[in-house]
Ligand binder design. Structure first.
Ligand SMILES: C[S@@+](CC[C@H](N)C(=O)[O-])C[C@H]1O[C@@H](n2cnc3c(N)ncnc32)[C@H](O)[C@@H]1O
Length: 472
């Protein structure tokens, strides 16, 4: 019988050939885990075959580890994952990567690190060694730590002394976005997740799709939906950090990739594209720059619109002055005031809401749509985790034009899905969810829209997809 673990190892080697060939072609060195990250080092993730090879290697290596260890060890290792989130937050809040960046490759003794951040060296040593065990930081000599490739990405771009003396500006530099996101994961996300079981089992919240009944609200002891709770003055630092942290998302999903799919160029001159829940207008600004023949209207809640106008008047004033881009305060739980939209688009909006509430939002767009209006939802499409041969039965997932089947080479059982992690996070935050394609089709149908095509970059929910629907 062919050994499954050997087949996994062979698959890893075959795909390593692809990565090595890519490095050779670009005359680039293979990235080293032990050295701090240098921009431009690493594998070319803008090339689809390289992205695919690296995903297959990661999935095969993870499955190999699961296959060779006892089930008890696998379960314990996974269940203990919260220690990593907690440890990373400690490292971010104590500015450890920033301290170690100043120390350089020789590293710094634990007692000096601990005295800089006024922490107990024994306790801090426990945190750092845990993180080293998962390839974040390195211990160069006993009790001497230095940055490695992963930890170096946690620096915030300011001298460590300034980070300690002026905490209010710790997330002021663009490179601090990753640190902000990691601190948010170790704070709001971890606390919300810790109340998940109680929230799913308590009859008063178990079947509710309301944001106020989400796990994070229980964790913070509030009766308000999390975004209203975050409007409270004491939560200002969290809101600020969350906003900066979201910018780190661009590292995983460049805007170029987000826009790719629907043929925006095919829309006639002056076509009206409405960015529903468009935030500060990041997607609309990118579209307006690339497709100057379109008229983009960003709709959001009042304070967000104010923020968007302020930022856009600095980043893209010509868009506002020419009238190509505008902002409008609008509550998407009311009928949309724009009745001549060529496109209603909504990026990362549906995943914040339960099915019932999503249908309500989409119905309001349907009411305002003309027979020719298109709806484009930009969200992750998460895969079912069953063998793709089983998807023949639930044909909806593969019958929509453009849908990708999550084919994985044998003997990989499935690819790891960060979409499933973000689904848990939005559930904890606001009773939201990432969706499979069949769930999108159903939610759209219940609101009077028919999904006619999808544009996907991968079949595993790693990247945002575009779901195109037309009125029925
Ligand atoms: C996850 S953010 C996505 C923002 C933007 N589309 C993007 O991708 O950057 C969801 C957006 O929905 C907005 N939102 C929430 N409730 C809303 C409502 N009732 N009416 C309009 N916008 C709302 C939020 O203010 C926020 O900007």
């Amino acid at each position: 019988m062919k050994s499954s673990i050997r087949a996994l190892a062979q698959l890893i080697l075959e795909n390593i050939d692809i990565l090595e060939a890519d490095c050779a072609q670009r005359h680039a060195d293979e990235p080293s885990l032990q050295e701090p990250f240098k921009p431009g080092s690493g594998f070319a993730t803008d090339r689809p075959e390289v992205r695919k090879a690296s995903s297959i290697i990661a999935a095969a290596a993870q499955q190999l580890a699961q296959a060779v260890r006892a089930p008890e060890v696998n379960l314990m290792t996974t269940a203990y994952a919260h220690t990593f989130a907690a440890g990373i937050r400690v490292a971010v809040e104590f500015h450890i990567a920033d301290i170690l960046q100043e120390a350089g490759p020789e590293g710094l003794h634990l007692k000096d690190i601990a005295s800089t951040c006024n922490a107990d060296p024994v306790k801090l040593g426990q945190v750092l060694r845990l993180l080293v065990s998962t390839w974040i930081f390195k211990e160069v000599k006993p009790d001497v730590f230095a940055n490695n490739r992963n930890s170096s990405v946690m620096v915030k771009g300011l001298p460590a002394a300034q980070l300690f003396s002026s905490p209010e500006i710790k997330y002021s530099q663009p490179e601090s976005a990753m640190a902000a996101l990691l601190a948010c994961i170790g704070d709001e996300c971890l606390k919300g997740a810790s109340c998940m079981y109680e929230t799913l089992s308590d009859p008063s919240t178990a079947f509710s799709g309301e944001g106020k009944d989400a796990a994070l609200c229980r964790a913070f002891g509030t009766k308000k939906p999390i975004w209203e709770f975050f409007d409270e003055p004491e939560q200002r630092d969290r809101v600020h950090r969350f906003g900066i942290g979201m910018k780190a998302a661009a590292t995983f999903q460049p805007m170029e990739l987000t826009i790719q799919g629907f043929d925006w160029g095919s829309l006639k001159k002056d076509s009206v594209v409405v960015d529903v829940g468009g935030g500060i207008g990041t997607l609309s600004v990118a579209l307006a720059k690339k497709f100057p023949h379109l008229k983009l209207v960003v709709q959001d809640r009042g304070p967000v619109v104010e923020d968007g106008l302020e930022r856009t008047s600095i980043d893209f004033p010509e868009g506002l002055e020419s009238g190509r881009l505008s902002f409008q305060e609008h509550d998407f739980f009311k009928t949309n005031p724009i009745k001549n939209a060529d496109v209603f688009m909504a990026k990362y909006v549906m995943h914040d809401w339960s099915d019932q509430i999503s249908v309500e939002i989409l119905k309001h767009l349907r009411e305002a749509a003309t027979p020719n209006t298109k709806l484009i939802l930009l969200d992750k499409i998460i895969p079912h985790m069953c063998p793709s041969s089983e998807l023949e039965e639930s044909a909806i997932d593969i019958s929509v034009p453009g849908s990708l089947k999550p084919d994985v080479p044998e003997p990989i059982i499935h690819m790891s899905g960060n979409g499933h992690m973000s689904s848990m996070v939005v559930m904890a935050f606001c009773n939201g969810q990432e969706r499979t394609l069949s769930s999108f089709v159903k939610v759209c149908a219940d609101a009077g829209w028919k999904v006619s095509e999808v544009f996907m970059h991968d079949a595993f929910g790693h990247y945002i997809s575009q779901i195109l629907a037309i009125p029925v």
